[in-house]
Structures are given as C-alpha cells and as structure tokens.
Design a binder for this molecule. Structure first.
Ligand code: PLP
Ligand code: COI
Length: 335
C-alpha cells in the first residue's frame, strides 16, 4: 500500500472494504463486505432527523512478529449494545460482532500500518436507524457498518502534553441523559466547546458534571485520569461519562504496577493539586495534559514531556497492544 505511514495522523482515508449488516423485520442479516463508502437511504431516515445513531472505536495493531492483534473487540461489542439499548436500537450479538471485526480487519490487512510506524488500524463501527418517518419513534430498519481507517497520532505532536480548557458555557451531556453511551449526538453537542477551546489554543475541552458543574467529568473525546501527589491513579466516577475501555485497561496496568486506583468523584477544586493529568481513549491513547485553563485560572502541571507515571502506564498499554508485553488480562484477539 502506497501510504506515508509515518504521517498518517487521525483522518479519514478510504480502505479496501467495510462490512455491513442490515436489520429488518426484527432480525439482522448475515452481512457482507462492500467496496464503497456510499449508502443509499431516504432523506426521511430516522438517523438524520431524530438521531438514532451510535458508534464505537477500536484498534488493530501489527506486531514486530507480523501478527495482527485486535484490542478488546468484545468490549466494543458489549458497549455498542449498551448504547443500542438506551436509544431503543437492536442489539447485535457480541460474538458475531467480534467475528465481523476480524473479517473486516482481515480483508483490509494491507491498510494496517507497519509496526515501525507506531500507527494502527482504527476500527469504527456505526449503527443507525433508516426507517423513513416523521413521527418520533424508534426506527424499524437499521444498518450496522464496520469500517477501518489507518491512523497515526490523534494530536499532532504524539504524546507531548496538550492544553485543555474547561467548558464553561456548554455541557456535552445532561444529568440522566446520554453521556454514558456513544451516541453520535453527544459529539455534535461537544463541537461548540471544542471550538471555544481551540480558539484559546487548547486542543481539548474538559467538561464538568452537568448537574452541579463542580466535579470533573471527561474530555470531549476521552476520559480524564490523573496521578495524585502521593502516587494514586484517580479517575472520575460519574453517570454522564463514557465508560472508556482504555481507562479500564490502564487501571488494570496501574494495579499490576502496584499502584492504588481510585474511581471516585473528583472535585474541580482538586485540579490544582494533581501531579500528572492525562486524557485516555482509543484514538488519543494516553495524551498528557500540560495545563488546564479554568476561566481566568491556569493549573500548570509543568510538563514539557509526558510525566514519569503516565509514561509507565502508556508503555504498559502500547506494549500489550503492539505485542511487546505479555497479555496478562486477555485484552488481545489475534487475527
Ligand atoms: N470519552 C469519550 C467521550 C469518548 O469519545 C471516548 C472515545 O471513545 C472515550 C471517552 C474513551 O473511550 P475508549 O477508551 O473506550 O475509546
Ligand atoms: C475513540 O477514541 O475511539 C473515539 O471514538 C473518539 C473520537 C475520535 C470521537
């Protein structure tokens, strides 16, 4: 494949194929690979008007040994179903989901970046309702499409610290809303905060809990984690954030390193006291946060490079993903 693997960044590029399943009359079909990115649907399709659209994000990695490792696809399948349940969309069996991921990754092997590039094949499943309708009801027909995109770093400087800005004017989610699922609409809602942050030269927006705006929730495309001055791994407990598979994996790695992990509410007033802060997620992996802008206050973590504890966690995660470290927790599905 004639791609410049070292400068991929995180942007859409067509690959060879995507796999599609159609749900009609109460059942999913057997699915098939398509060599086009186009799809035909009615302009009255539910997903366009009433937002029945959910998605997932996963990755496959080529190892030094040439093997292809897919990171926790069953966790993506399980979370897709929790998103589906909340938006009254049909579930897709997790074992079939994992098989479908394997099929599409196998068919697109030439798009998996080589080990040396540090890149990966991003796996993007998306499910949407396509029944033409004008009354607000759940769709009767759906597509589940799993596409793949070769990617490098999400932020242009890799694991160099980025600045974050607390979103003061807008929330991405509502209390008891859809913040805990991967609903497409959550991302539309976060765009304005991301724009405000970027206008202040901060690549990421940080959201507080939408109920009281006093606790840390998460970033627009990733979870929040931090290391306290006494070396604990802390990450917010909130019902308006996405349960991140990366965060869950990093917690296991932190425990393996003998660290204490606290999954609890984190008051925004704790932010100035933290030793290291990072964003974590499939796309951003683990990206250190250099400073947080909170109105006219700035919390500076004095990081020009990734901090020592975050570096250990990062190395532990990518080591397993890239097949360089033992897979103690069964995170890897080999192709
Ligand atoms: N939070 C949000 C809002 C996200 O979009 C993502 C990305 O998927 C995450 C957290 C991280 O989740 P995961 O580690 O499962 O990719
Ligand atoms: C992911 O990390 O997989 C995401 O879905 C985040 C983002 C690109 C929307």
């Amino acid at each position: 494949m004639n791609l410049d693997w070292n400068t991929l960044g995180f942007q859409f590029r067509p690959a060879k194929s995507n796999i599609r399943f159609h749900y009609k009359d109460g059942a999913w079909d057997d699915g098939q690979l398509y060599n086009t990115y186009d799809i035909t649907m009615s302009v009255a399709a539910n997903c366009l008007h009433y937002g029945q659209a959910i998605f997932e994000g996963g990755k496959a990695f080529r190892g030094r040994d040439g093997k292809v490792r897919i990171f926790r696809p069953e966790a993506n399948g399980t979370r897709l179903n929790s998103s589906a349940r909340q938006l009254l969309m049909p579930e897709f069996p997790v074992d079939r989901f994992v098989e479908a991921v394997k099929t599409v990754v196998r068919d697109n092997q030439e798009y998996i970046p080589p080990f040396e590039s540090g890149g990966s094949l991003y796996i993007r499943p998306v499910m949407f309702g396509v029944t033409p309708q004008i009354g607000v009801n759940a769709s009767l027909e759906y597509w589940l499409v799993i596409m793949v995109v070769p990617v490098g770093n999400y932020y242009k400087n890799g694991i160099k610290p980025v600045d974050a800005m607390i979103s003061k004017d807008y929330d991405r989610a509502a209390p008891h809303g859809t913040g805990h699922i991967k609903a497409a609409g959550n991302y539309a809602a976060s765009l304005i905060s991301s724009k405000q942050a970027k206008d202040h030269h901060c690549p990421i927006a940080l959201f507080l809990d939408p109920g009281s705006h006093t606790f840390v929730d998460e970033f627009g495309t990733s979870n929040f984690l931090a290391i306290t001055k006494d070396g604990k791994y802390i990450t917010p407990k909130s019902d308006s954030i996405l349960p991140s598979i990366t965060n869950n994996s990093l917690q296991a790695i932190a425990r393996d390193l003998g660290m204490e992990v606290e999954y609890r509410k984190i008051a925004a007033t704790e932010l100035p006291e933290l030793a290291e802060v990072a964003a974590c997620g499939t796309a951003v992996v683990l990206t250190p946060v250099g400073r947080i802008f909170d109105g006219d206050k700035i919390y500076d973590y004095h990081q020009t490079e990734i901090g020592p504890v975050m570096k250990k966690l990062y190395d532990g995660l990518i080591g397993v993903q890239r097949g360089e470290l033992p897979d103690k927790h069964g995170f890897i599905t080999e192709l």
